[in-house]
Ligand binder design. Structure first.
Ligand code: AMP
Length: 194
């Protein structure tokens, strides 16, 4: 069993790979973005509070997402957790470390999907087009304008985590521009070491 973080900008393929790991390894994906969208859809107080910030592409507060993760960690998962879109700030990273230690768990790897920024906007537009074609809801933040804000937020707040985890010796960098099955294979190799 392994607990891993998938790190990378929006559109890097974290969600796709996390879903694959759920299917192939019985791991559980903890995506704070999915949790926040679910809160919005079900119209909870939390959902109402975060809606505008999410639509602008900015980050919601650390307290909110740390609280969401803490709730899920308590449910446990024998196959291990995949953290997708969390942590996104140094404070969240520190909090996650503490939450895991308190539960006698550890982080086994932080996998950074290294991608080319230019290609990301194209991927996001494609994701929106595919959702529309399949009659599925389209994410309101999957537009080129909001995407720019999300990418800036990534470089300002989240990119420092690359150095943070590298210094801890946890970081593994993979080519996120490879095709989906190749990235999946590369991730599997990392996990098989744990
Ligand atoms: P995602 O699905 O990971 O792209 O997240 C969608 C949006 O949810 C982000 O643009 C943020 O507004 C919010 N969000 C998700 N995860 C976090 C997080 N760990 N910290 C702050 N905001 C988050």
């Amino acid at each position: 069993m392994a607990n891993v973080i998938l790190l990378g900008p929006p559109g890097a393929g974290k969600g796709t790979q996390a879903k694959r790991l759920e299917e192939t390894r019985g791991m559980v994906q903890l995506s704070t973005g999915d949790m926040l969208r679910a809160a919005r859809t079900s119209g909870t107080e939390l959902g109402r509070r975060v809606a505008a910030v999410m639509e602008r592409g900015q980050l919601v507060t650390d307290e909110i997402v740390i609280g969401l993760i803490e709730e899920r960690l308590d449910l446990g998962c024998p196959g291990g957790f995949i953290f997708d879109g969390f942590p996104r700030t140094l404070r969240q990273a520190d909090a996650l470390g503490a939450l895991l230690v308190r539960r006698g768990k550890q982080l086994d790897a932080v996998i950074e999907l290294v991608v080319d920024d230019e290609a990301l906007v194209g991927r996001i537009v494609k994701r929106a087009d595919e959702a529309r074609a399949a009659g599925q809801p389209v994410r309101k933040d999957d537009t080129p304008e909001v995407f720019e804000v999300r990418l800036r937020e990534y470089y300002k707040n989240t990119a420092p985590l690359v150095g943070y985890y590298w210094a801890k010796g946890d970081l593994v960098q993979l080519d996120g521009m490879a095709d989906m099955p190749t990235v999946a294979k590369d991730i599997a190799k990392v996990l098989d070491k744990h």
